[in-house]
Design a protein around this ligand. Structure first.
Ligand code: BT5
Length: 242
């Protein structure tokens, strides 16, 4: 399997992740298929949020993967690999990025890319995975106050097909390690983790506090040292006050 062996190029779609789910259900795509769209009319973030993107300016894509034997416990490795692939893709274009747990990609504290991974399960095993990625490339004005793009950071325009090829190449490289459950993926992820070992302010269930990120545990939860006590947080249980 390699990503990009089959490519669906779409002018306009509601969401590349919806399109992916559709063709998976109809059984008309190969393992490794990639969906690329110029425009989304209903791009989704996690839990009912919206992903904004002007037409023809950014990378809006979904990668389809039918894993052989992946259990729910090993899902984190795929999140790590995709985040690392995004950071390395940006590095290829001389942009230094960090991963804000669990998978926002930041440059200068602003979000340059977001990830929406959607899996379908059967008997505790993963049947299919859809890796949806929105990477801001040439868009320079956003409604989201904390957004940035490759063009804003570098003052250059980029060729979208070059950026998507680089991302696909990186993801093909890193996903093989997730499959093999290679332990160093987590180390690589931590190398790029935003705020690691630094004091930060957080908010959890209306409560604000200071803490130091120590890492992520085996369930992929964020571990924070709060006044000498190590606490772990699931996705959406905590937000960073940047
Ligand atoms: C994400 O959600 O960051 C996942 C975004 C995934 C988008 C891709 S595009 C291709 C594929 N097809 C889809 O339909 N989706 C995927 P979350 O962590 O929930 O962040 C969403 C929040 O980010 C929004 O509520 C806004 O505040 C902010 N946001 C929206 N658009 C943005 C953008 N272009 N750049 C930076 N921030 C943005």
């Amino acid at each position: 399997m390699f990503f990009g062996n089959q490519i669906f190029r779409l002018d306009k779609v509601d969401s590349t992740n919806n399109f992916a789910a559709n063709i998976i259900e109809k059984g008309i795509c190969q393992n490794g298929a990639v969906i690329l769209a110029d425009e989304q009319t209903a791009g989704r973030g996690q839990r009912d949020t919206f992903w904004e993107s002007q037409a023809h300016k950014n990378i809006l894509c979904s990668y389809i993967y039918f894993p052989d034997n992946v259990s729910v416990e090993n899902l984190e490795a795929f999140n790590y690999c995709l985040s690392i692939a995004l950071v390395n893709c940006l590095k290829h274009f001389q942009i230094q990025a960090a991963i804000k747990w669990p998978n926002d990609i930041l440059v200068n504290n602003k979000k340059i890319a977001g990830v929406l991974i959607e899996n379908s399960l059967s008997a505790g095993k993963i049947k299919s995975m859809v890796f949806g990625i929105g990477l801001n490339v040439n868009q320079v004005d956003f409604n989201s106050p904390n957004a940035t793009s490759m063009a804003l950071v570098t003052k250059n325009e980029f060729d979208l097909s070059e950026v998507s090829s680089s991302l696909t190449q990186e993801f093909n490289h890193w996903i093989s390690f997730a499959d093999r459950k290679a332990p160093f993926i987590k180390q690589e992820y931590l190398k790029h983790l935003f705020g690691l070992q630094k004091s930060q302010r957080f908010k959890s269930f209306e409560h604000e506090f200071d803490g130091v990120i120590e890492g992520v545990n085996e369930h992929g939860e964020l571990e924070i040292n709060v006044s000498g006590e190590l606490k772990s947080f699931k996705n959406k249980e905590i937000s960073f006050l940047l």
